[in-house]
Write a new protein. Structure first.
Length: 77
């Protein structure tokens, strides 16, 4: 085996290994994109946004304040 043939085999092997690695990275990237897309679709159904939660808690606190004020008026009588 000559040096030229050894060089060609080495280049072929390295090219094949790099091609395989690049292909695996491409497939992994595509899977991650798909997973992120699915996650973006599922998140609003499973979790409450912070602003919505704050609005709901504020409404509950207002109702509790009204109840508390009514109870205070009843006690005063």
């Amino acid at each position: 085996m000559t040096f030229e043939q050894l060089l060609q085999w080495t280049i072929a092997f390295v090219s094949a290994a790099l091609g395989y690695a690049i292909r695996e990275l491409w497939v992994a990237t595509q899977k991650l994109r798909q997973d992120i897309s699915e996650l973006e679709n599922r998140l609003p159904m499973q979790f409450v946004q912070k602003d919505d939660y704050r609005n709901d808690i504020n409404r509950i606190m207002e109702q509790l304040d009204r109840i508390y004020n009514k109870l205070d008026k009843k006690v005063d009588r």
